[in-house]
Design a protein around this ligand. Structure first.
Ligand SMILES: [Mg+2]
Length: 374
């Protein structure tokens, strides 16, 4: 089997909640999605998505991802898409880094591989645990009572995890406002729920410690991405007893190896396109497992195609280490594909359909912006 065609699509995904607010005054109204279709010489096709959370989140942006696909795509024609590690080596040979560009191509190869052997992607990644997965909400930063209401609303829709965005600047209310946000969001806490206070790197050790000291003892939550640098994170780690989860600081395998070597955190947000696709995510999953780190399987955001990849990867994480998966498609209003995971009491399992189990809505994507063929 050979890759015969690669197509690149550009799609705008409106944010479903109006304006998404993140620490440092960052705002997002829509997301620029990079979608790739890979077709083999026997006509089997696979789809992958890479949607950066705007250019101010991590060192990735959609136009850069598309430029990366342009660099890589011609070199993959004629290669076997089922050899996912070898495809990745070939991508690395022509372009250093640029995980977001590689992620969409990599996911498309896994989808294609699954369809070619009539098996779901989760089975190719080691097999589904068969344990339904809890989903996590994304509660953007706002006034404490208003954030509490959004947690209540997500709870009513079956969400068991809640990622509360914090990281107020001093003039916005600083550590006092963040502590009130955490208290408000946890006020109606139900058994079995999991709370993350996610600063997206918006705190420094001083503001983080002040915020933690303003909270009453016994609140059950983990602190995600408190600081934007390793030094700050390690300093805070030495001074606090709240579990720390890393997200933006862990992109490459090497970052995860560093986390483990320095004992810098207790878990990670395993975001598939941040890692560079399903191939490196599988490796990071195994490194986390070896080190006893918890994982929330997510993405930087993404429509149905990205969500399908999340569900398949999440299903392969041992339940004692899997906290939640992100229903990324709930954050956008455009349906790029039909994807019907199995739902049990609000929890999620991958479908039995081959590959990612998606039916892409070609009309929503429009014509490809570029294509390469043998
Ligand atoms: Mg995060």
């Amino acid at each position: 089997m050979k890759i015969a065609t690669i197509e690149l699509y550009e799609v705008t995904l409106p944010y479903s909640g109006g304006v998404y607010q993140l620490s440092g005054g960052r705002e997002y109204r829509h997301f620029d999605a990079v979608i790739v279709r890979v077709e083999a010489d026997d006509g089997t096709e696979g789809w992958g998505e890479s949607t950066p959370f705007g250019g101010t989140y991590i060192a990735a942006h959609a136009r850069g991802a598309r430029a990366g696909v342009e660099e890589i795509a011609p070199h993959l024609l004629g290669r076997d898409p089922r050899q996912t590690d070898r495809i990745y080596d070939a991508m690395d040979e022509v372009l250093v880094g640029h995980n977001h560009a590689k992620a969409a191509i990599d996911a498309a190869c896994w989808d294609l591989f699954g369809k070619s052997v009539n098996r779901p992607v989760c089975e190719l990644l080691g097999g589904s645990t068969g344990i339904p997965m809890a989903t996590i909400s994304s509660i953007y930063a706002g006034a404490p009572e208003e954030m509490r209401e959004r947690v209540v609303e997500h709870r009513s829709r079956g969400y068991l995890g809640h990622s509360i965005k914090i990281g107020a600047l001093d003039h916005e209310g600083g550590p006092m406002l963040d502590s009130e946000r955490i208290r408000a969001c946890l006020a109606d806490r139900q058994p079995g729920e999991y709370f993350i206070a996610d600063a997206n790197g918006g705190l420094v050790p001083e503001t983080a410690m002040r915020m933690l000291r303003l909270l009453p003892d016994g609140l059950d939550f983990v602190l995600e991405a408190p600081c934007s640098t390793w030094r700050e994170t390690l300093s805070l780690r030495r001074h606090c007893t709240v579990p720390i989860i890393l997200d933006e600081l862990v992109m490459e395998d090497e970052n995860l190896a560093r986390l483990i070597a320095l004992d810098a955190a207790d878990g990670i947000g395993l975001k598939i396109t941040k890692a560079g696709g399903l191939t490196p995510s599988r490796r990071q999953r195994d490194l986390c497992r070896a080190a006893g780190l918890t994982m929330s399987v997510q993405d930087t955001v993404g429509s149905d195609i990205a969500y399908a990849a999340i569900v398949h990867m999440g299903a392969t994480v041992p339940p004692r280490l899997l906290r939640c998966i992100l229903n990324s498609r709930d954050m956008v209003t455009l349906e790029t594909a039909r994807f019907d995971p199995v739902m049990r009491d609000g929890r999620v399992l991958p479908p039995d359909a081959p590959g990612l189990g998606i039916n892409v809505n070609r009309e929503a994507l429009g014509a490809p912006v570029q294509a390469w063929s043998l």
